[in-house]
Design a protein. Structure first.
Length: 583
């Protein structure tokens, strides 16, 4: 495919945007919001910046996209550590530029253990997936790159080994690896790998800034793409159970799906048939929903189920994905982020394999200002209703000088769930870290201080990361559920938990990747309001069902497949030195 071989309708806009006007904001509810986010990254010891292209201009699309991050308990001590990807610059990255692993010191601070762990690496990193691919009880890492993807085996002693070649995952040529997720698509107890590629990019062949109709935005010369560049493709690798993988992209039907610029990937059971499906957010092209046919093959049902386009039948610049059950009906809904002059989109799952675009009905149409990336659907204030959060940041540093309404750095977005199918955008009510402006990309959601709420790790281009500590007030309680597979894969990726609290229920699944190219805490978090005891239903990745009645809240519950509840750790509310040392 040539650089400009896309349909003529696309050749005058490099990125899909609807140029929609925001809906009018209604009267504020006046309800208190009991979550408050503060950025404690500096005090926590997170000083190293994410290097990704120059700061003041972006000559190539490769310099704009950025990368993800992960919450991972790599040493199994019950405390979330941090893994941060990094990029580079064409003229050479500053000394010390590398991916970084930070060990949680359990006091609100972190120690950089990258070199000790064997994870020093530079290059154009993109996405990260977390999962125990060899079922040895320690979480491993898969990273996508522009160049060569990497599989790191966790050795269980604080170190990692690059086993990409040994696992059969080396490839010829240069690919732009993008989204990635571990998934046990055939339910054999071993984690397979699903990988997306963004575009086919060759710096020497791409038009220079402003040289083509697809190299401008709002009449301002910019870097080129994605439209006008050849799209990437999808890959599926089957885990052979002996530490190696086999490429089954053709056999599974994945390889025939082409024509879209693929970004973040999520593996989850969207049609409630007990088998993991694959959803891919695609930039400026239709997104894919790959239905698992239970025989090792997949078919794209994105258009017929309503998640390929928006309700107007328009393509959007799909980037990040938040997955959850916002309306408490036991079905997994989808939040997908997009470009400026467009809304993020909320798809409501009807539980029968179809989705409805409820963006405007839910109140999200009031926000169209920013380019949006990593996203999550979590109950941040523990009132029993999942809220929405995403980060923003432009891809064009040059545009702000001419169009100040399109800043390169922009704030975070929080929509609180009102409990009636509608959301309300919050500003000052959500804490000082929300209004803080950055060019953010990936973000990960998890409880790094084990105090029973959801914190957020955020990647900022050419700045240190942000660590948004959530300080929840009020009487809201929560429970976290950690699944450990035995017959199923050890990470229990694909495991589904439904918590019943009062008259409500909420469903979540263990995911390997979501947000934007990032990996969240695999302990599933459920805010439950003032409920003290809940019932828990678990559907394991292999289809097995277990039920637990009258489980105490305000704790982390560990459930081992076949053995039941094996551990209950109370949250450390007010019992650590975290708040006194950092606040």
């Amino acid at each position: 495919m040539s650089l400009l071989s896309l349909p003529a309708a696309h050749t005058f806009a490099q990125v899909s945007t609807r140029n929609v006007k925001p809906q009018p904001r209604g009267k504020a509810s006046g309800l208190p919001f009991h979550a408050c986010f503060r950025d404690i990254a500096e005090q926590a010891g997170l000083h190293a910046p994410l290097i990704y292209g120059p700061e003041d201009h972006k000559a190539y699309i490769l310099e704009t996209v950025g990368c993800g991050c992960a919450f991972i308990d790599y040493d199994n001590d019950g405390w979330l550590d941090l893994f941060l990807l990094n990029g580079t610059r064409y003229e050479g990255a500053p000394p010390g530029t590398t991916n970084r692993l930070y060990k949680n010191n359990r006091d609100g601070t972190f120690t950089d253990v990258t070199e000790k762990a064997g994870l020093v690496r530079d290059g154009w990193a993109s996405g990260v997936a977390v999962g125990d691919y060899n079922n040895d009880g320690f979480e491993d890492l898969f990273l996508t790159y522009y160049g060569q993807n990497v599989l790191y085996r966790n050795n269980g002693d604080g170190t990692f080994t690059d086993v990409t070649e040994k696992a059969g995952l080396l490839h010829q040529g240069t690919r732009w690896g993008a989204g990635c997720t571990f998934v046990d698509y055939d339910r054999d107890g071993h984690l397979d790998l699903f990988v997306s590629n963004y575009v086919q990019f060759d710096k020497e062949r791409v038009p220079k800034t402003g040289e083509s109709p697809v190299c401008n935005w709002k009449g301002i010369p910019t870097n080129c793409g994605p439209r006008g560049l050849p799209p990437g493709r999808l890959w599926l690798y089957h885990n052979n159970g002996d530490g190696t993988y086999t490429d089954v992209s053709e056999k599974s039907g994945i390889a025939k799906l082409t024509g879209s610029y693929c970004m973040t990937t999520v593996a989850a059971d969207f049609d409630n048939d007990g088998w993991p499906d694959l959803y891919v957010a695609c930039d400026s092209t239709p997104s894919f929903l790959l239905k698992n046919k239970h025989d090792g093959t997949f078919t794209d049902v994105g258009l017929e189920t309503g998640v390929a386009l928006n309700e107007d039948g328009m393509e959007q610049a799909g980037m990040g994905l938040g997955i959850g059950d916002y309306n408490l009906d036991g079905n997994l809904d989808i939040l997908k982020t997009h470009f400026a002059d467009d809304t993020a989109i909320l798809y409501r799952n009807d539980g029968k394999g179809s989705f409805e675009d409820v963006t405007n009905a839910a109140g999200l149409g009031v926000e169209t200002r920013f380019i949006s990336w990593g996203a999550g659907m979590y109950d941040f204030d523990n009132d029993g209703y999942p809220d929405l959060f995403w980060v923003t940041g432009s891809v064009y540093p040059e545009v702000e000088k001419i169009l100040p309404n399109y800043p390169f750095k922009s704030p975070r977005i929080v929509f609180r769930n009102l409990g009636n199918g509608k959301f309300e955008e919050l500003f000052d009510q959500a804490g000082p870290a929300i209004a803080s402006a950055h060019a953010s990309r990936g973000c990960a959601f998890g409880d790094f201080d084990n105090d029973g709420d959801i914190d957020v790790l955020v990647m900022n281009l050419n700045e240190p990361p942000s660590l948004l500590r959530n300080d929840v007030s009020g009487s809201g309680k929560s429970i976290k559920v950690k699944l450990v597979g035995t017959k199923s894969n050890r990470s229990a990726i694909g495991g589904r938990v439904t918590v019943h609290y009062g008259s409500k229920l909420q469903t979540q699944e263990v995911l390997s990747q979501a947000s934007f190219y990032s990996a969240n805490d695999q302990r599933l978090h459920f805010g439950v309001g003032n409920i003290e005891k809940v019932a828990i239903d678990v559907r394991w990745p292999n289809g097995g069902i277990e039920r637990f009645a009258s489980v105490q809240t305000d704790c982390i519950v560990t459930i081992r497949e076949g053995a039941g509840i094996v551990k209950m750790d109370p949250f450390r509310k007010g019992s650590t030195s975290l708040r006194s040392s950092l606040y």
